[in-house]
Design a protein around this ligand. Structure first.
Ligand code: 5GP
Length: 198
C-alpha cells in the first residue's frame, strides 16, 4: 500500500538493524485517516470470506483492528498480555515472547469471546519472527475457531515469520513488506502484486 510505504519512508525511524519505529503515526500518535485507509484495504483483501470477528493483540493492534472492523461491521476481540503464569480456567492462553520488549508473557483471551462458529481475521501492526501470530494460532486452535487469514500493517520480510506462516498455507496479507533497512539508507520495500494504488 503506497500510502503506508510513503509514510514509513518519510516518518519511520530505523533503530539498529531490526527495529522500525513508527510512533508518530501508528504506535504512539495515531494517524486516523491513514488507519482508515488501512482498514479499507484489509476489507478489500478479505471481504466475502465470511469473517465475523477480528482478533488482535493489545495494545498496538487495537486501533488498526477497530478501523478494519468498521468496514466489516463485526466486533473486535483483543488478546491481553499477562505476566502471570497462572491465568485461570476462564481463558484460552498461550505462552509468547515479545520481540520489542525481549520478555516472555502469557497471551490470554476469555473463553466467552471465541467459539467454533467464529471465522477470524487476525490483524496486527507488525510481523517479525511470528511469535505473536503463532500464539494466536495456538489460542484459536484451543477455541476451535477458524482462522480465515492474517492482515499485517508492516511485515519485516527479512525476518522469517511471514515465510513460516505462508508455508503453512495461511492467507497472509501485509500492507507493506520491508525488505531491508538500516540507519543510514533507510527502508526498502518488497514489490507486491495486487494492491490498490493509494
Ligand atoms: P513477532 O511476534 O512477529 O516476532 O513480532 C511482532 C510483534 O512485535 C508485533 O505485535 C509488534 O508489536 C512488535 N514488533 C516487532 N517488530 C517491531 C518493530 O520493528 N517495530 C515495532 N514498533 N514493533 C515491532
Amino acid at each position: 500500500m503506497k500510502l503506508l510505504e510513503e509514510k514509513i519512508k518519510n516518518e519511520g525511524q530505523v533503530i539498529g538493524t531490526d527495529i522500525l519505529k513508527v510512533d508518530m503515526f501508528l504506535n504512539h500518535q495515531i494517524d486516523v485517516n491513514l488507519l482508515d485507509e488501512m482498514g479499507k484495504e484489509f476489507y478489500r483483501l478479505f471481504k466475502n470470506k465470511g469473517i465475523n470477528k477480528i482478533l488482535t493483540v493489545e495494545s498496538s493492534g487495537i486501533a488498526i483492528a477497530v478501523m478494519t472492523a468498521k468496514y466489516f461491521n463485526v466486533p473486535v476481540v483483543f488478546a491481553k498480555k499477562s505476566s502471570h503464569k497462572n491465568v485461570g480456567n476462564e481463558v484460552y492462553s498461550a505462552h509468547s515472547h515479545s520481540f520489542t520488549h525481549g520478555k516472555d508473557y502469557e497471551m490470554i483471551v476469555s473463553k466467552k469471546y471465541l467459539s467454533p462458529t467464529d471465522n477470524i481475521l487476525f490483524i496486527d501492526d507488525f510481523l517479525a519472527g511470528g511469535n505473536a501470530a503463532f500464539s494466536v494460532l495456538d489460542i484459536l486452535k484451543q477455541s476451535g475457531a477458524n482462522l480465515v487469514g492474517i492482515g499485517i500493517a508492516i511485515e519485516k520480510g527479512f525476518q522469517d515469520g511471514g515465510k513460516k506462516l505462508r508455508e503453512m498455507g495461511i492467507e497472509l496479507q501485509s500492507l507493506a513488506i520491508v525488505e531491508g533497512m538500516d540507519e543510514t539508507n533507510g527502508v526498502s520495500f518488497r514489490e507486491q502484486g495486487s494492491e490498490t494504488r493509494n
